[in-house]
Design a protein around this ligand. Structure first.
Ligand SMILES: NC(=O)C1=CN([C@@H]2O[C@H](COP(=O)(O)OP(=O)(O)OC[C@H]3O[C@@H](n4cnc5c(N)ncnc54)[C@H](O)[C@@H]3O)[C@@H](O)[C@H]2O)C=CC1
Ligand SMILES: O=C(O)[C@H]1O[C@H](OP(=O)(O)OP(=O)(O)OC[C@H]2O[C@@H](n3ccc(=O)[nH]c3=O)[C@H](O)[C@@H]2O)[C@H](O)[C@@H](O)[C@@H]1O
Length: 485
């Protein structure tokens, strides 16, 4: 994948600032080499050649992939950034303790999934990884550290981290805790990190807290204008992250709710979103109706907010946010029922091509992808499903569809075929269902696709990316979210 011209323009400039003498600025360690820790710290290393950045992880295979030619995550522009700085001031290591020992600033960027069992199961964030990482810092550190909460966490998590660190610190070692939530979106992570709308740094409002805040702000100031680096209290910073994701997801559920009204009335959801988005108070972004939002965070973070509201005895508030997730489930179900209804009320033993398995374009990530839910429904109806996605590995699709919540290996083998070409995937199928808005789906030769499909040939556009008029001209039966057939 090539860097966009805007990103490319920055490569020589930064490289020329690098010195052969080695970094002389602060040392950073990041616990967690995932979708956030990897790109975020790679960009810090890229933009601040004086800072030594070491990204560590308990998962040695993931670290090996970061050190190889084939990075463990796909993100436009990431390859070039990593390859420009790796071995110079950017290091990936499975030696977590060494990373902690050497660092001045430590990012905690570990996973915070929804709890599966115990108190708060299904809603609360599982903070076991954050706590384990914090305890490890406390155990290993022999000098003072600034510990930065990068993971998305419930409000007041920093207080627990501080309690653990302080209880385990000795002598003159001190730990300062900062909250520095990440707002990058997958697929655009590098450009989001290069040009953030804002960088948020929360701290205790003490002299030491402000000093730590400034030390981190100085790192970001390597490329982010100072006026975009916002400082505030710890709890506001933690809550702002959950709030931002909840507000974004709420917009999608709102437009998806409108899409159902559009289908019933003859209005067109794209036109309605366009008209509303022109109001400067509403704005045009994040108003694209879809088959439902996916990704590892929206649902998890809203459920986290629901749990927080319930814990605070605010049931009406909890119910308000819960509705955003319920509507999303409804939208996914509505779409899969539409497919069944239009295919003459049965898809048993019919062949259906699923175009796209990632939760959005330009990523290979499938976490909470609506495609998983849809394929699960199709398998339950005993349809034969042919999946094509340009970036998701076959092993990932298999893992997602054989997860105990979704299906068995037996069902997977009987009903699912993975293809490496969209034309093969759509050969002799009754319907195509577009689940991810990959650009290439707009450029396919649909005459060729149509010729090879069973007739009548259906296309269900869950992303509103195809030219429905043109497809109808070819002979397809076309169904689009938020529009009447
Ligand atoms: N994925 C995204 O786009 C965004 C995620 N976030 C938040 O960032 C956090 C991390 O998310 P992802 O990077 O997507 O997760 P991830 O699952 O891709 O990566 C987390 C990594 O942390 C490692 N890890 C766990 N415990 C560790 C420990 N004690 N020491 C060292 N490594 C450890 C795991 O092995 C894993 O590789 C989550 O809280 C998430 O909500 C925030 C903004 C965007
Ligand atoms: O905390 C996080 O993990 C991140 O969550 C989202 O980022 P991400 O999930 O990577 O991707 P988005 O672009 O937000 O898309 C999320 C889902 O909503 C869907 N979506 C998005 C926008 C839209 O208008 N309509 C719509 O259906 C996407 O297709 C996708 O399934 C937020 O946009 C980031 O700011 C945040 O940092």
């Amino acid at each position: 994948m090539l860097l966009s011209s805007a990103l490319c323009a920055q490569l020589p400039e930064v490289s020329s600032r690098s010195t052969t003498a080695g970094p002389s600025g602060p040392k950073i360690c990041c616990l967690g080499a995932g979708y956030v820790g990897g790109p975020t710290c790679a960009v810090i290393a890229f933009k601040c050649p004086d800072v030594q950045v070491t990204i560590v992880d308990l998962n040695a295979d993931r670290i090996a992939a970061w050190n190889s030619d084939s990075l463990p995550i796909f993100e436009p522009g990431l390859d070039e950034i990593v390859k420009a700085r790796r071995g110079k001031n950017l290091f990936f290591s499975a030696d977590v303790d060494k990373g902690i020992l050497e660092a001045d600033l430590i990012f905690v960027s570990v996973n915070t999934p929804t709890k599966k069992t115990g108190v708060g199961a299904g809603f609360a964030a599982d903070l076991a990884y954050v706590e384990a990482a914090t305890r490890r810092i406390a155990r290993v550190a022999t000098s003072s550290k600034i510990v930065i909460e990068k993971s998305t966490v419930p409000c007041r998590t920093a207080e627990s981290m501080r309690a653990i660190l302080e209880a385990n610190s000795s002598g003159d070692i001190r730990f300062d805790i900062l909250s520095n939530p990440e707002f990058l979106a997958e697929g655009t992570a590098i450009s989001d990190l290069m040009h953030p709308d804002r960088v948020l740094i929360g701290s205790l409002q003490t002299a030491e807290g402000r000093k730590a805040q400034l030390a981190l702000a100085d790192v970001y100031a390597g490329w982010v204008p100072r006026e975009k680096i916002i400082t505030m209290g710890l709890w506001s910073s933690e809550l702002s992250k959950l709030a931002a994701n909840a507000l974004l997801a709420q917009r999608i559920s709102s437009v998806n709710a409108l899409s159902a009204i559009c289908e019933a009335t003859g209005a067109d959801v794209d036109e309605v979103a366009y008209a509303c988005g022109l109001d400067s108070r509403i704005g045009p972004k994040f108003l694209k109706a879809s088959v439902g939002f996916g990704g590892s965070c929206f649902q998890k973070d809203i459920l986290n907010l629901v749990y927080l509201s319930e814990s605070l005895h605010l049931p009406e508030v909890a119910e308000y946010w819960r509705q955003v997730v319920s509507l999303n489930e409804y939208q996914k179900l509505r779409f899969s029922e539409l497919v069944i209804r239009r295919l003459f009320n049965t898809i048993t033993h019919k062949h259906i091509a699923v175009f796209g398995f990632a939760f959005k374009k330009n990523t290979g990530d499938t976490r909470e992808s609506p495609a998983i839910t849809l394929v699960k429904h199709f398998i339950q109806e005993q349809a034969f499903v042919h999946i094509y996605d340009p970036k998701v590995e076959q092993s990932q699709i298999e893992a997602d569809l054989t997860h105990p919540d979704v299906g068995t290996l037996h069902q997977y083998k009987n009903y699912v075929t993975i293809h490496t070409c969209p034309y093969d995937a759509s050969k002799a199928v009754d319907a195509i269902v577009v689940m991810t808005e990959w650009d290439e789906f707009q450029q396919l030769d649909y005459q060729r696709v149509y010729k090879n499909m069973n007739k009548p040939a259906f296309i269900f556009d869950g992303r509103l990316i195809l030219d429905a008029k043109k497809l109808r001209g070819i002979g397809f039966q076309v169904e689009v979210i938020g529009r009447q057939a």
